[in-house]
Ligand binder design. Structure first.
Ligand SMILES: Cc1cc2nc3c(=O)[nH]c(=O)nc-3n(C[C@H](O)[C@H](O)[C@H](O)COP(=O)(O)OP(=O)(O)OC[C@H]3O[C@@H](n4cnc5c(N)ncnc54)[C@H](O)[C@@H]3O)c2cc1C
Length: 666
């Protein structure tokens, strides 16, 4: 046990075996050598804390070598991005705030938030007001794109890409005409996805989806075939093997005989658990109970099955089956509903993620850096000099020039590392001709003016910065609590252990990360994915920070606190331990095989989506909080995916478009 005197000898030994003491190349280089050899000769790898020191007269993003995608360690909501806003939230900012400096800058539009919604809003505004319209986008992170985050790794002479957040163009509902036409305008040909993905790569090498049963939850550590179906597989690379897969799973799984029978029964039994009720009445019942409760209390299956299925909805909702309505589980094709003979039409109060659409399922595209490519294509449209090249596919390998983002000669500018702390009309909101936007950067408080302002930032932030808004609207905005998540990327020396174990993606319901996946093999625009098991690859590890057994919003709140308060060292240890446990039998040695770690921490992750267990109004109908929250006010309009209570890129785009239409034109 460690105590106040630090780790014990046993812990130190364990850490050494995990490679905790190992010198991860890039991080060491950043911490030790970079600045001593001079900023200008090490482009792309200057650590942020040294940017200002490197060139005191320049803003960080203008310093040569500023290149956030290549940073590893703690990313996502990284240090330096959130502290100011937390001070504002805690009413601790204004008391000792420096005197505001008026930059003298005046814009047609200021946009708060440089995610896809903010970038799309700039695009739509330029379309409406012309290319000369003066637009400033203010973003608190060190990179643009928001959740659409690009992670780059260097190994040898190769750059390997990863998605640090938004994974792909996909949405359970079909993209709207507006969102689709933006994707087309950016040159993305969604149906061509199958030309870029090496669909059969993993299968041809004998790799398939697996489940890792862990000792603490299931009594033994064991990797077995995954035959648990949930929804479709839009990526096209996973195949659960049908009946044969199920037989293998039942043979291998370290479950009791009773649990195995229960599982088979769930899949095949035609029993109607609610005899005498109509389909609608059954759905109404299912909408009001969790899937976990349905399994134990209605279907009467063993606890082991609940533990097995617990984390399946994590990638969608950030919570487990304890907080997912049974009706949604039915929509997601989870086992146990065939005997109810439900009418296939969606039931009242179903989450949109749980409503199947063939059209939506076919609309899928993955870039190697996820939807960061969409963000980069948008930036190229707004500020061509910042993203070299002209081909859509080529954007994947284009190296962004951050010094061009906030260039006074450009009509659109993107200002990073700047937290907006106040937005207010200059005069009565009903008649004012201007708004003033104050932002905090590099210990300075600065102001700009604009004819209009779009708040494309997270809705929970807005009540603190736009205090003029009506109380009911602020309350609705504050209710959009985000879903906390980790999207971690680990660069490993090779994937021979995955090959030996026959695993491509691993669902690990009892572990810290509930999924571990080899990168989706996509080669596009000159970028070649890894195809040989002896080559380096990015392993993606996902965690939903939740606390099962509590209402979803409470789980999100506790998860958010957990993510902010966990140190990089702990994240790293969890990553190393989990990979060692799962892949060790395949010869994986974390101390030897892990080359880089990037922890993408998203305490404010997915937009909160309504569900029938937690949100009575979602069952009853009527105006939803997001409709109240997104109302325009004076010269302010409100975008972000929160505005649709829908955690998808199309929501970010649709609401950017709407917000631009709502702006005052005079
Ligand atoms: C881990 C993860 C994976 C996802 N995967 C997918 C996916 O595969 N497909 C999909 O369609 N969607 C996915 N999403 C949903 C994703 O959020 C949306 O697709 C979309 O990118 C959201 O864009 P946005 O601009 O609305 O919000 P964001 O990307 O969150 O951008 C808002 C920006 O505003 C900034 N901001 C907040 N406060 C301030 C302030 N005071 N001053 C200045 N700036 C501020 C924020 O820091 C942020 O950068 C994912 C989300 C997460 C978190």
């Amino acid at each position: 046990m460690s105590d106040e005197f630090g780790p014990s000898e046993v812990e130190k030994k364990h850490d050494r075996a995990l490679g905790m003491g190992a010198r991860i190349t890039r991080r060491d280089f950043l911490n030790g050598v970079a600045l001593t050899v001079g900023a200008s000769i090490v482009p792309g790898i200057i650590p942020p804390e040294m940017w200002a020191a490197a060139a005191p007269d320049l803003e960080a993003q203008d310093v040569p070598g500023y290149y956030p995608p290549s940073k590893t360690g703690l990313r996502g909501s990284h240090a330096g991005s959130f502290e100011t806003m937390h001070k504002v939230r805690d009413a601790a900012f204004w008391d000792d705030a420096p005197k505001a400096v008026d930059t003298g800058e005046s814009y047609d539009l200021v946009i708060v938030g440089g995610g896809i919604s903010g970038l799309a809003a700039a695009h739509y505004f330029r379309k409406a007001a012309g290319d000369k319209a003066r637009i400033l986008i203010v973003e608190n992170h060190d990179d643009f794109g928001g959740h659409a985050k690009r992670n780059e790794f260097r190994t040898g002479d190769r750059t390997i890409l990863g998605f640090g957040g938004t994974y792909s163009i996909e949405s359970p509902w079909p993209y709207s005409a507006v969102a689709k036409s933006l994707i087309e305008e950016l040159g993305i040909d969604v149906p061509s996805y199958h030309n870029y993905v090496s669909k059969d790569l993993y299968r041809s090498l004998g790799l398939k989806p697996r489940i890792f049963f862990d000792k603490e939850t299931f009594g033994t550590d064991k990797l077995v075939t995954n035959a648990v179906h949930m929804g479709g597989d839009e990526s096209g690379i996973n195949d659960l093997g049908g009946e044969a897969g199920l037989r293998e799973f039942l043979k291998e799984a370290p479950l009791s005989e009773k649990a195995k029978q229960d599982f088979q029964r769930l899949l095949t039994e035609g029993k109607d658990y609610f005899p005498g009720l109509s389909s609608d009445e059954k759905k109404a019942r299912l909408a009001r109970m969790s899937y976990a409760k349905y399994l134990t209390d209605t279907a009467g299956v063993s606890d082991e099955i609940v533990k097995l299925l617990q984390a399946f909805p994590h990638p969608l909702f950030g919570v487990g089956i304890d907080a997912v309505p049974a009706q949604d589980a039915w929509g997601l094709e989870m086992p146990g509903f065939s005997g109810l003979r439900l009418d296939p039409a969606p039931g009242k109060g179903m989450n949109r993620d749980a409503i199947h659409s063939d059209e939506a399922e076919k609309y899928f595209f993955h870039f190697p850096d996820g939807n960061a490519s969409i963000a980069r294509l948008l930036v190229r449209k707004l500020i061509p000099a910042a993203i070299p090249g002209s081909s859509t596919a080529g954007v994947v390998v284009a190296k962004a020039d951050y010094s061009k983002l906030d260039d006074p000669s450009s009509s659109t500018r993107i200002r990073l590392n700047s937290t907006v702390v106040k937005v207010n009309h200059r005069g009565d909101p009903a008649s004012a001709k201007e708004v003033e936007v104050s932002y905090f950067t590099e210990k300075k408080l600065k102001t700009v003016r604009a004819a209009n302002c779009i708040l494309a930032c997270w809705h929970v932030v807005i009540p603190y910065i736009a205090q003029e808004l009506p109380e009911a609207q602020k309350e609705a905005l504050a209710s959009a609590q985000k879903v906390p998540l980790l999207y971690n990327n680990v660069l490993v020396r090779d994937w021979s252990a995955f090959q030996k174990l026959g695993a491509s993606t691993i669902y690990s319901p009892g572990m810290y990360h509930t999924s571990v996946s080899l990168d989706l093999p996509v080669s596009v625009g000159g970028y070649e994915c890894t195809k040989k098991p002896d080559e380096p690859i990015v392993v993606h590890m996902m965690k939903a920070a939740c606390k099962p057994g509590r209402p979803a919003r409470e789980q999100h709140k506790l998860g958010r606190i957990q993510l902010y308060s966990t140190t990089l060292e702990t994240y790293e240890r969890n990553i190393r331990e989990q990979l060692a446990r799962i892949l060790g039998p395949g010869g994986f040695d974390p101390a030897r095989d892990i080359l880089e770690i990037t922890v993408n921490r998203w305490p404010h992750g997915y937009a909160y989506e309504y569900n029938s267990l937690a949100d009575q109004f979602w069952l009853e109908g009527g105006e939803t909080p997001c409709e109240v929250a997104r109302k325009p006010f004076g010269r302010l309009a409100i975008a972000n995916s929160d505005a649709g209570a829908y955690a998808y890129t199309d929501s970010a785009i649709d609401h950017a478009y709407r917000a631009v239409q709502e702006l005052k034109r005079n």
